[in-house]
Design a protein around this ligand. Sequence first.
Ligand SMILES: [Zn+2]
Length: 407
Amino acid sequence: MLKFDITSEYKNGFARTGIIHTPHGDIRTPAFVGAATRATVKALTMQEMRDLGSQAILANTYHLLLAPGTDLIKEAGGLAEFSSWHGPTFTDSGGFQIFSLPDVKITMNGAKFKSHINGDKFEMTPESSMQAQWAIGADIHMAFDHLAKSENHKDMEIAMRRTHDWLDRCVAEHHRLAKIHGCDMPFEGPPERGSARMSGARPWRRAERTQPEKGILSHEQYLYAVVQGGTFNDLRAESAKYCASKDVDGFGIGGVFTADGMDEMLKTVNAILPKEKPRHLLGMGQEPIDLFVGAEFGCDTFDCVGPTRMARNGSLYTNDGRINIKNAKFIHDFSPVMPECDCECCKNYTKAYLHHLFKTDEITAKVLASIHNERFVVHIVDEIRESLQNDSFENYKETFLNRYYNN
Ligand SMILES: [Zn+2]
C-alpha cells in the first residue's frame, strides 16, 4: 500500500497537508505535478523542472504507447530513468486522450481507436492500460476510465458504470502484475543517480528474486481509482462510494473541466473517500482558483498542461493577472515579468527582451516563459501548503485571488 502521512488537517475538515512516499522519493502535499505528456515537460529540461521546485511529473500512457512505445521505456529502466527525472512519477491511463479522438469506438471491453500519428489501429482495455502503465513504470498509475462530457444524466451514468466495471478489471490486473513482479517485497530504495547508466545495469532490480518477467520493472507501483460522474452530485457520490470500496492506493478525480461547482462536487466526493489515502485532481490547475478550491476541499495533488501551453503562446502569469508578453506595450519595458518571482526568467531577463524573443520566434522565448509559468503554479501550491500548516489559508486565498482577478 502506498504510504501517505497526513501532517496537518485544516479546520474545514477537508484540506490537509501530507507526504506521499513513493519509491522515487517523497511528495509534500498539496503539490502541483508537472505535465510531462510525452515523458518531457514541453520546452523544459528535467534539471529546469528540479530547479523550479517541481516535486513530481505526470506522463500520458496513450502518447507513450504510440511513441516511443512502452517496450522502449521498459528497456530504459522506466519513465524516471528514461527521462532523467529521477523523482516521483505518475501516469494517467490514456483515457482522456483516447476519448477525445474523433473516431473512437467504445465497447464494454474497452476503446478502439486509430493512432493520430500513422493511423495504426489500437484497442485499449483496462488490462492493456495496466500492462502499459506497469511497463512505463511510473510510481502511481490511474485506472482506465470512460471520460464522458455531457450534460445528460443518463449518458453520464452509463459512462460511470462502465468506469466502475473497468475499475474492477484494472484492480485485478494491477494485483496480478504486482504479484508477478514481486512487489510484496520490501523496497530497497532507488539507485544512485546515473549508476544504472554508468554500469549498464537495469535499475530497480531486487537481489533476492528470480528475474521478473522480461522487461517489466520490479519496483513497487501503485494504483489510483478514478472517480467520475460529471456535474451530477448523485453520480459523483455513487462513484466515490464505489471507488472507496476497492483495494486501491489513492484516487484520481476526473472529468472536471471548470471551477464552477467544483467546491460542491469535491465536498461530496471527498467526504466519502477514505481520508487516509491521497487524491489527485486530474487535469486542473490552469487557473489559480482551481488550485485554491482543489486544496481547500481535500485534493492533494494536481496536474495541468495549461501553464506551459499558455507560456508557449506568450501568456504569462503575474500576481496581478495574466499578461500577453507579445503586446506592444512591453517593447520598452525593462522590468522583469514579475519582480517578486524567483525564477530564472524573472531574475535575469526583462519583459522587453522576452517580447523581442517572442516577436522573432526564438526558441528561448518558450523556454523562459515556461520556466516562469511552471514556477508560478508550483509556488502557489507551495504557499497553499504552508498557509494550511500555519493556519493562514483563508487570508492567503483572499489576498491572492483579490489581487489576481481584480487587476
Ligand atoms: Zn518568474
